[in-house]
Design a protein around this ligand. Structure first.
Ligand SMILES: [Zn+2]
Ligand SMILES: [Zn+2]
Length: 240
């Protein structure tokens, strides 16, 4: 079974968005999504309003896009707003809450981005957003995809919608089981968080600026990795 989530959606609880919860929900339904993560800047204010507006078959993940001292960080499945702090401290806070930490548009140098402690970040974080439909330059997403592959991290996608029409432009495909149930619909095995942690996710979408290219790049990386493995396994010409 495959489900599709937009894992980065803003509402009018973000200063830079004027999208009311009801409009975001209807856009998500129109886009045929199975779920969205509400990820306003440093607030959980509108999560409940989006849940109230959502039909039963649209899963709403409680999230925050945290402003760290470096780049932005998606805190998914959290119940409290993490502090605006050093990224490693923010990731710790997310994990203490049982949430999932995802680097958000990590190398988009036209916005807040990451350039320090990248190895420590890769060790700490759960996933990398490799398709963000608001990255103006293709290479920002390509670098994020390469970083995820190099560090064997799951890759997610999100529209980063600030307007309803953008919802679903990029998304995360989840393979296998996602149980919607439990108290907040996300508890226990089979949750969206679990799917991210287990790597049962892949980014997709045809954003305004990109994304076929990212899919191509991901495919190229995989193919290249496969060839290297074959060479090593066959004891072949890895050295020449
Ligand atoms: Zn951001
Ligand atoms: Zn955002």
């Amino acid at each position: 079974m495959t489900r599709r989530y937009d894992l980065q959606v803003h509402t009018n609880a973000s200063p830079c968005s004027s999208a009311p919860p009801e409009r975001v929900v209807s856009a998500a339904v129109d886009a045929g999504l199975d779920g969205i993560a509400v990820t306003d800047h440093d607030t959980l204010e509108n999560v409940d309003a989006v849940r109230k507006a959502a039909p039963a078959d649209l899963e709403v993940v409680s999230g925050v896009e945290v402003t760290t001292t470096e780049g932005h960080l998606l805190a998914l499945d959290v119940t409290a707003v993490p502090p605006r702090a050093d990224p490693l401290a923010v990731i710790d806070d997310v994990h203490d809450q049982g949430g999932v930490a995802v680097l958000s548009h990590p190398f988009d140098s036209l916005r807040q981005f990451y350039e320090r402690d990248l190895e420590a970040l890769a060790d700490a974080v759960d996933a990398v957003e490799a398709v963000n439909s608001r990255c103006v330059r293709r290479r920002y997403n390509e670098r994020a995809a390469a970083f995820a592959i190099d560090h064997d991290l799951p890759a997610t996608g999100g529209s980063d919608a600030h307007f309803p029409m953008e919802v679903g432009r990029a998304y995360t495909t989840v393979e296998g089981r996602v149980d919607v149930g439990g108290e907040d619909g996300l508890e226990g095995n089979g949750s969206l968080a679990g799917a991210v942690l287990e790597g049962r996710v892949r980014p997709g979408g045809r954003g305004r600026y990109l994304s076929g290219h990212v899919a191509t790049k991901l495919h190229q990386f995989r193919t290249a990795a496969g060839r290297t493995l074959e060479r090593i396994e066959s004891g072949g010409s890895a050295r020449r």
